[in-house]
Design a protein around this ligand. Sequence first.
Ligand code: ADP
Length: 189
Amino acid sequence: MRLILLGPPGAGKGTQAKILVDAYGIPQLSTGDILRAAIAAKTPLGLEAKAIVDRGDLVSDDIVNGIVSERLDQADCKPGFILDGFPRTIAQAEALDRMLAEKGMALDAVIEIKADADELVRRVVNRAKESGGARADDNEEVLRKRLDVYTQQTAPLVDYYAGKGMLKPVDGMAPVGEVTTAIKGALGK
Ligand code: ADP
């Protein structure tokens, strides 16, 4: 099973990805997690990405495309994967199409987790409090920036994947378990 989870910050992509990892036995590929790990470890990639991530902008397509391409070559991705936070631009989606074709892989579905903006702000502000500020980009100002970036650069992917007949929308405002049930229903398993 090869899936993309698409949706704005705070929609629950990471939460659902972790549940689906256990359900389907395939890894979660979160470009956000990979970038945060690089930032924490102060690798060259992390040093380059830190200021961009902290202000809520997108890291360059070349960087994230490279990260994902390498990750897809690892053995645990053979049976499938859940992409969380990638692609985030049309250029990334086109790069993903090319890399999957080269690797002889095909996507099964793109799950769009739909959510309204007010609830997203509430959730992320809450996440920031509960995590004791673990993510430098989880404050209201940067979140609004991330929501703008989503609307401008990532939301066009909804039409991109709908046009390919791959889009499966689910209501991200429902309780976590119901969202999972809706995703599994959309996947037919
Ligand atoms: P969220 O979904 O909560 O906004 P993520 O953990 O997916 O957060 O991403 C956090 C940050 O990492 C983004 O705001 C961006 O700076 C960077 N990032 C993650 N994925 C990508 C990507 N595919 N392209 C560019 N930047 C990315």
